[in-house]
Design a protein around this ligand. Structure first.
Ligand code: PEP
Ligand code: MN
Length: 339
């Protein structure tokens, strides 16, 4: 339920109403103070709250029911876009954010070489998996804590915030301390215990859509993090499984404008894991920019033929640089700058 208050309602009156509502109906409230309008989102079981009773309050303008099961992620609760500030880099703003790096951190030399190249072309964020959730237990599982150390020192050297995936709540402290944006991978999108733990942090979470999950399920997973108090969630469409096996996955590009409409959260795409083919990365990034995405996660490797994972979808640094040059005019055309 959403309560829209009358224009220019004083903050003290908003707070008073919030505590009255919380006490009376055992729900939680989420006031959003806009330039002129203030709204209060009600979260919890609102089915028995009598609208007529709330409408009696002098400061209430109108009351609306939120039909969707996702509340905090809903644009009705938060009409303005959420902008996440990571060391001055604004996610969800007019910057189109590029997060680039290898699928997995493999060695100090590898991550340093790639980070240097990425930094030279002005890439905003450095990625690299340290805990790898591989389909086969016999595949490379990542360098774990050592991988995070290597990623962080490369990121620090080039002033690039780091993005890496968490797979177990056990590692929460390590991630909270060392990582700038914590990624939840497709395979863990519905790991609710992990999501609840991430909700207790005050650190951005990049939440990937599971390859067999609906958009609503993605939003409900975001809701798990947000209901714990962490509002800094970035949604990422990374391709879903369909009947068509031409590509590794099918990038659900429709998810981008849809998510931008129904939520206020930043929306990224991951063209690398969607396509699974190197040459398709750039066209998919173009599509994402054109339809309003806020960023892209791109795999880059200095030596893809001997990469320990996902070499076939990784761009060479030179190809990545070329892509950045190619997409800049398109980003400008839709009022965005590449970061
Ligand atoms: C990744 O980004 O390294 C990854 C494993 O992606 P996904 O969870 O989308 O498969
Ligand atoms: Mn990968």
């Amino acid at each position: 339920m959403i309560i829209v208050l009358k224009k220019n309602t004083p903050k003290e009156d908003v707070k008073k109403l919030c505590s009255q509502l919380e006490r009376k109906y055992q729900i939680s409230t989420n006031p959003i103070y806009g330039e002129v309008l203030t709204i209060i989102g009600l979260v919890g079981d609102t089915s028995s709250i009598p609208k007529s009773e709330i409408a009696l309050n002098q400061i209430v303008d109108k009351i609306m029911k939120v039909q969707e099961p996702f509340k905090r992620a809903n644009r009705m609760f938060h009409p303005e876009d959420t902008v996440i500030d990571v060391g001055g880099k604004l996610i969800g703003s007019d910057q189109f954010i590029i997060v680039a790096g290898p699928c997995a951190v493999e060695s100090e030399e590898q991550i340093e070489t790639i980070a240097k190249e990425l930094n030279e072309c002005g890439t905003g964020f450095l990625r690299g998996g340290a805990f790898k959730p591989r389909t086969s237990p016999y595949s490379f599982q990542g360098l774990k804590a050592k991988g995070i150390e290597l990623l962080k020192s490369a990121g620090d050297r080039y002033s690039m915030p780091i993005v890496t995936e968490i797979v177990h709540p056990y590692d929460l402290e390590l991630f909270a301390e060392k990582v700038d944006i914590i990624q939840v991978g497709a395979r863990n999108m519905q790991n609710y215990e992990l999501l609840k733990e991430l909700g207790s942090l005050r650190k951005p979470v990049l939440l990937k859509r599971g390859f067999s999950n609906s958009i609503e399920e993605l939003l409900m997973s975001a809701e798990y993090i947000m209901s714990g108090g962490n509002q800094e969630v970035i949604l990422c469409e990374r391709g879903i499984r369909t009947f068509d096996k031409t590509f590794r996955n099918n990038l659900d590009i429709s998810a981008v404008p849809y998510l931008k409409k129904v939520t206020h959260l930043p929306v990224f795409i991951d063209p690398s894991h969607a396509a699974g083919i190197r040459w398709m990365v750039e066209p998919l990034v173009r599509a994402a920019i054109a339809c309003g995405a806020d960023g892209a996660l791109v795999e880059v490797h200095n030596n893809p033929e001997i990469a320990l994972s996902d070499g076939e979808q990784s761009l060479l640094p030179s190809e990545f640089k070329q892509m950045l040059e190619n997409i800049a005019p398109l980003a400008n055309a839709v009022g965005r700058r590449i970061l």
